[in-house]
Design a binder for this molecule. Structure first.
Ligand code: ADP
Ligand code: MG
Length: 233
């Protein structure tokens, strides 16, 4: 069984005054479809850098990124953009919704801008808003939604392209405990239902048991382990 997301010996260096800063140092990681991995580690340890490389938004200094069997470094810029659109869903802490658009329009805007017919997209958007528990709020604008609801719209939007890889950076950082819990549970359900390879950066160690494995970053290096407190089922 091959992995949906594979990182092989990834290094990422940023210029830092006269020298360089190693944000990622020889990182190996493989995530299968349907697997939910949490990524923890102190601030500045390279978690967001790892997601940016996995999302093909940042080219690593060295190493290999393979998404669904495709070696990303072999692709031209336009092909990489297409791969990202077709295979990768990205969810950041701040939902970054467009203030003028309703929830359902947030999900349709990309298809609309591409000039694609919206019939199928509308159907899919409706289904996804249902999955995230917002079918009754599809015509609300961001200011009419709670923080948790906005993050749900964000998640539904990331699923519009049917991604195989779902990258989530601190999705609950702006939410209270109860809403955080329901967002992580939703990501668990989405991972099971859509068989995404999901990587979630989190500070909340109490949510680790909802995930399948935990990778810890420190000074750009990664180590992966089973979830420590997982209960046998
Ligand atoms: P984390 O998400 O774990 O807090 P980051 O991946 O954001 O860590 O950062 C890892 C290291 O890389 C930090 O030392 C940070 O300052 C540095 N860094 C991140 N992005 C950039 C950038 N665009 N330019 C220069 N240095 C960066
Ligand atoms: Mg970060």
């Amino acid at each position: 069984m091959t992995s949906a997301l594979t990182l092989v010996n990834i290094s990422l260096e940023y210029p830092d005054g006269g020298s360089t800063l190693k944000a990622l140092d020889s990182v190996d990681l493989a995530v299968r479809r349907g697997e939910f991995l949490s990524l923890v580690g102190p601030s500045g340890s390279g978690k967001s850098s790892l997601l940016a490389v996995a999302a093909t938004l940042v080219k690593p200094t060295a190493g290999l990124v393979v998404i669904d069997g495709q070696d990303v470094s072999a692709l031209k810029d336009a092909e990489r953009t297409e791969l990202r659109r077709d295979k990768v869903g990205i969810i950041f802490q701040q939902p970054n919704l467009l203030p003028a658009l309703t929830a359902v329009e947030q999900l349709l805007i990309r298809e609309h801008l591409r000039g694609n017919p919206l019939k199928d997209a509308r159907l899919k958007a409706g289904e996804l808003l249902d999955v995230v528990g917002l079918s009754g709020a599809s015509h609300k604008r961001p200011h009419q939604l709670s923080g948790g609801q906005r993050q749900r719209v964000n998640i539904a939007r990331a699923l519009m392209g049917s991604p195989t890889v779902l990258l989530v950076d601190e999705p609950t950082a702006a939410l209270d405990h109860e809403r955080s819990d329901s967002i992580v549970r939703l990501l668990r359900r989405v991972t099971d239902e859509f068989r995404t390879a999901t990587v979630m950066v989190t500070h909340d160690t109490e949510f680790l048991p909802l995930t399948d494995a935990v990778a810890t970053m420190r000074d750009g290096r990664i180590s992966r382990a089973a979830v420590p407190s997982a209960q046998p089922s």
